[in-house]
Structure formats: structure tokens, C-alpha cells
Design a protein around this ligand. Structure first.
Ligand code: ADP
Ligand code: MG
Length: 242
């Protein structure tokens, strides 16, 4: 049984029909690379899976939890789904350790000592164990994004959604963040990753999903699709970013 199941998902913003019947199944441990032009609906799809956007039609299921249109109780779902954005959104007045601990103490109501242990474990995982007491403005962009990853991991999500998490970084900082994601993938984390890093999508992705005008236009093995796109739209997209 798939960890994430999306059936017939439709989403409008006013008269703008943004998701036009998305069907997608993600197995536990799978890494999905989600690609497509700006405005094709990638961020909206991720935000809908995380319950940040409502939808009008269809069904989303994460680890057996159903999410219906206009769902209001999102607590269980949110604990199963972690999300990381282009902007790191760390609290500047809190230390790195406090940033990572915050959601676990507030949302999961885990005690301070245990939350600190989890935070240190996750910071170790992203290579920032020694930054526990540092403040965000003392870190590089790449380090701040790694803290944001640690913060998401501290909630122990079943699936992690990454929306262009290296797009705001200086080029020399991209690889340290991708390396962390690569480690997570190797450890079996289920990932859905919107990325413009095609080499990464090809190397780490188990499945490539190409969105075009609110639909999944092509999906399949990354190696195969990159070397042999089946539609002119995917061929054009690959050509435009190389
Ligand atoms: P992508 O991430 O692939 O660039 P988005 O999911 O951000 O695409 O956007 C898909 C479409 O939805 C675009 O037409 C965009 O303008 C529209 N859209 C996205 N977010 C909102 C919003 N909060 N309100 C209104 N329209 C939105
Ligand atoms: Mg987007």
C-alpha cells in the first residue's frame, strides 16, 4: 500500500484551475523529483498534500490518514508530513537549537529534555551539531537551510516535501544542502522534491514527475525520461534548463 495516494485532485484559485485531476502514488522510501515550468502547479500540489491549501475535488491519503476537501482537523496530517521551503523562515531571535525544538515542544508537546535530545540528533544529522547555541544570522544560507531541514526532521515526519529548497542559495552553497537530502534519501526517507537541479533529480530520484498546466504530463524513471522524453513539452522543458 502506497504511503501517499492522491486521486482525482482538483484545485482552483478563483477561476484559475490550477490542479486538473492529479493522480499520484508514492511508496514508502521513494524519492519523487517534481519538475515543470513556473506556474504549472508544483508548489500548490505540495501545499495541498500538507493541508496548507484546500481543494474542491479528489482525495489525498497519507499513511492511512484521509484528507478530504475543506478538511479542518489537520493536526494528525501535519505530524506525518514535513515541508521545507525556498525561504528558511527561522526565528531570528531564537537559537538554532530553540528553532529546531519549537515545533516538537509546542505541537507535539514533548518535554524540554527529550526535545533537546531530538534537536541535537537532527542537528548532528545535518552536520550542525556544534551550532546548537548559535543564532541564525551567524550562519550561512546553506547552514540555515540545513537547520530548517533539522527542524522538519525533529517532527519525525513520514514524508518530507521540499519546494525548491536550494533556489535561494548562492551556487557554492547548493551542494551542502543537496548532500543532506541525499543522505536522507539513502536512509529511506520518503521525499517529494520540487527542484531545478536536474542532475540531482536524475541521480537521486526514483521517479520523475513532470507537471504541465496543472496535470501530470509525464512520469517515470528519471534516467529514461531525461534521455528519451515522450512529449515535446518535456523535451522543451529539459532543453530550456540545460
Ligand atoms: P509552480 O510552483 O509550479 O510555479 P504554483 O503552484 O505556485 O506553480 O502556481 C500555480 C498557479 O496557481 C499559478 O497560476 C499561480 O499564479 C496560481 N497561484 C498559486 N498560489 C496562489 C494563491 N495563493 N492565490 C492565487 N493564485 C495562486
Ligand atoms: Mg513553486
Amino acid at each position: 500500500m502506497a504511503l501517499v495516494r492522491i486521486n482525482g485532485l482538483h484545485k482552483h484559485f478563483g477561476s484559475n484551475h490550477v490542479l486538473k485531476g492529479i493522480d499520484l502514488e508514492i511508496e514508502e522510501g521513494q524519492v519523487i523529483a517534481l519538475i515543470g515550468r513556473s506556474g504549472s502547479g508544483k508548489s500548490t500540489l505540495l501545499r495541498t498534500i500538507n493541508g496548507l491549501e484546500s481543494f474542491e475535488q479528489g482525495e489525498i491519503q497519507v499513511d492511512g490518514e484521509h484528507l478530504h476537501p475543506h478538511e479542518t482537523d489537520l493536526r494528525t496530517l501535519r505530524q506525518k508530513v514535513g515541508m521545507i521551503f525556498q525561504q528558511f523562515n527561522l526565528f531570528p531571535h531564537l537559537s538554532v537549537g530553540q528553532n529546531v525544538m519549537l515545533a516538537t515542544t509546542v505541537v507535539k508537546k514533548i518535554g524540554n529534555k527529550e526535545a533537546e535530545d531530538i534537536a541535537r540528533t537532527m542537528l548532528l544529522k545535518v552536520g550542525l551539531y556544534e551550532k546548537f547555541d548559535a543564532y541564525p544570522d551567524q550562519l550561512s544560507g546553506g547552514q540555515q537551510q540545513r537547520v530548517a531541514i533539522a527542524r522538519a526532521l525533529a517532527m519525525q515526519p513520514r514524508v518530507l516535501l521540499c519546494d525548491e529548497i536550494t533556489s535561494a542559495l548562492d551556487p557554492e552553497l547548493v551542494n551542502e544542502v543537496l548532500a543532506v537530502v541525499k543522505t536522507l534519501a539513502a536512509e529511506g526517507m520518503t521525499l517529494i522534491m520540487v527542484t531545478h537541479e536536474m542532475r540531482f533529480a536524475r541521480e537521486v530520484g526514483d521517479k520523475l514527475v513532470f507537471m504541465h498546466h496543472g496535470r501530470i504530463h509525464e512520469a517515470g524513471d528519471p534516467q529514461t525520461l531525461f534521455s528519451n522524453p515522450q512529449t515535446p513539452e518535456l523535451a522543451g522543458f529539459i532543453g530550456s534548463i540545460n
